[in-house]
Write a protein that binds this ligand. Structure first.
Ligand code: ARG
Length: 589
């Protein structure tokens, strides 16, 4: 229906039309997927690229067509009429170019303004997803890798939530394992009344970890006690459980400071949570014949990988992989998740590859790329100016909280330098500095393809020119101020006014706005936040081309209403992008 045609994903809507045409054009070829791509050439807005591929399929079979251009011509002629399309033409070896109707475009944008941007959300074929992200290790450093995981994972969760998927945001903290024996014994030694050992008493938990490790390595008697402690902890002995809980709690307080600054919400289900499920899961896999004996350990062999996945160590203990198998089992069977997404550095790719392949062998996951599905979202390193792993001058690791504080302080200083100290209230300064500072750190991380390493540089990320959060946040604030200065009520204009796309720059902006839905869908399907960043940056460039063109004057022109609506639509789409990226928009500059 026309109703449906006005909504959402342009590429998908065109694909539907071409699907009809393809069925008519080559009735004997079953299920051909329409290949539709946006194009920037002068022949059209979109292109259908099926003709050549089709030609090679049908040419030997006595077809009526004389080559790909004729196939393209037929695809074009068999297209159902639609309000969306203004004109079509065939170019080169059968590409079918589509020029969208300006009227339809304008109407679709106005409809989004009235009904809300949610009508442009993707519709992934899953109801429930797990995003396993951040996941630092108790008592160890929470390093910049965990910061990346936190930022990327939050964005992916936001994209899925926008798509109406129920997302279980899981913090798979490393809160189990043999290091706890050593930590607990050290705690008993340092603080006989360990329950009074608060965060302040222990101080830096990382230093505590180091000191206990030193003790463990140098004193055999201590080592012996530590190994005993693990057994007693795992046996559920009260005092050991309490000490363990205490250490976890102190770490948690530290982690929380980072999450709070970033505005990221997570639910902790650490490794310890899955521990009770491990024996049953391994038993099941053993019954299926997947688990074999190898050098005293119990392992699963994976086709094509020369090392096996160890699921029970030679000392009978469980490990990282046993926990991940149990967690995957739990997420699929107890939580009924249909998409399980793991966000860690690329270094863990092989681990997840093996876990997923084991799960496929066990029949927990279907073969191929179908749902339910498990995906590893890997990312590269954060580098310092020296091209090595990012570190601060005197400490070995960067304290994440300090890093975020510095970003905020720098953006606050910049605001004061620009004289906002006199103009704005203290509260406005603070909230803007938060938005800009934390937004800058997030955007610098998200804008590159996640697999590439990137260099951490405050000056670059806080620059107000170029592809940075600061530039984009200001661009949005400027649009808001145009609307404010007009003195018009956009809410009223949305319903009473009419948006039109006459000028080329207006049409270009309109087309880019309409592409929001397909871009977010792509970002969501391929788990690539940088796709949204690219889109957002291009949007602000295209807007500025429109706005700086004297022929597209907004306030006081006879097209004022329409152009204000176009400004509003740009602001709405920009805000949604910020929202997906976990960045807080600002409204004043
Ligand atoms: N704790 C791990 C680390 O710091 C990350 C855990 C990722 N999630 C998982 N299910 N293995 O490297």
């Amino acid at each position: 229906t026309q109703e449906e045609e006005c909504k959402g994903n342009v590429k998908a809507q065109l694909a539907k039309l071409f699907e009809v045409s393809l069925k008519v054009t080559v009735p004997n070829e079953a299920d051909i997927d329409p290949l539709i791509a946006a194009c920037t050439g002068k022949f059209g807005d979109y292109q259908c690229n099926n003709a050549m591929g089709l030609w090679s399929k049908i040419k030997g079979k006595g077809t009526q067509f004389r080559g790909p251009p004729a196939v393209g011509e037929a695809i074009k002629n068999n297209l159902p009429t639609s309000e969306m399309i203004d004109s079509c033409s065939v170019a080169g070896p059968g590409f079918v170019n589509v020029v969208l109707s300006k009227n339809w475009m304008a109407k679709s944008i106005q409809k989004m303004l009235i009904e809300g941007i949610d009508t442009w959300a993707p519709q992934p074929p899953v109801k429930t997803a797990v995003v396993d992200f951040s996941s630092p290790n108790i008592a160890k450093e929470m390093h910049v890798g965990h910061l990346r995981s936190t930022i990327i994972g939050d964005t992916l969760a936001r994209m899925l939530e926008f798509s109406k998927v129920k997302v279980l945001r899981r913090n798979h903290v490393g809160d189990w394992g043999t290091q706890f024996g050593m930590l607990i014994e050290f705690l008993f030694e340092k603080f006989p009344n360990f329950e009074d050992a608060t965060e302040t008493a222990i101080g830096d938990l990382q230093a505590f970890y180091k000191a206990s490790k030193q003790r463990f390595d140098s004193d055999p008697a201590f080592k012996e006690r530590a190994q005993q402690a693990v057994v007693r902890l795992q046996g559920g002995e009260e005092k050991y459980r309490r000490a363990w809980a205490q250490i976890c709690e102190i770490s948690r307080t530290e982690f929380h400071k980072v999450y709070q600054r970033l505005g990221v919400h997570l639910e902790e289900k650490g490794e310890s949570f899955y521990n009770p499920y491990i024996p049953g899961v391994i038993e099941g896999l053993t019954k299926q014949g997947l688990v074999e004996e190898s050098q005293g350990a119990r392992v699963i062999f994976i086709e094509g990988i020369n090392i096996p996945l160890i699921v029970v160590k030679s000392d009978g203990g469980f490990n990282y992989a046993s926990t991940d198998l149990a967690a995957l089992w739990y997420r699929l069977n107890e939580e009924k998740a249909e998409w399980i997404i793991y966000v860690t550095d690329v270094g863990q790719q092989q681990h997840f590859d093996m876990v997923f392949k084991a799960a496929k062998r066990a029949g927990w996951l279907p073969q191929g790329d179908n749902y339910p599905k498990a995906s590893h979202v890997g990312f590269g390193l954060v580098l310092g100016e020296d091209g090595k792993r990012f570190r601060t001058r005197n400490t070995e690791v960067v304290r994440l909280v300090d890093l975020l504080d510095e970003a905020k302080n720098r953006s606050k200083a910049a605001l004061i330098e620009r004289g906002k100290g006199e103009e704005w209230t203290e509260e406005e300064i603070e909230s803007t500095a938060d938005a800009v500072g934390y937004g800058a750190v997030k955007y610098a991380d998200l804008k590159n393809n996640r697999l590439t390493n990137y260099t951490f540089n405050f000056d670059q990320m806080l620059n107000d020119k170029g592809n940075t959060a600061v530039y984009l946040l200001y661009a949005h604030a400027r649009i808001c101020s145009i609307i404010r200065r007009s003195g018009k009520d956009v809410e009223e204009l949305k319903n009473k006014g009419t948006l039109v796309l006459e000028h080329k720059d207006e049409r270009d902006l309109g087309l880019h706005l309409l592409q929001f839905a397909e871009v977010v869908e792509e970002a969501c399907t391929n788990l690539l936040p940088n796709v949204v960043c690219d889109y957002l940056y291009n949007l602000s460039e295209i807007f500025s081309k429109f706005y700086s063109n004297p022929e597209c004057k907004v306030i006081g022109s006879d097209k004022e209403t329409s152009r204000l609506l176009l400004c509003e639509a740009t602001a709405v789409v920009m805000r949604k992008c910020f929202n997906l990226l976990g960045i807080t928009p600002i409204y004043k500059i």
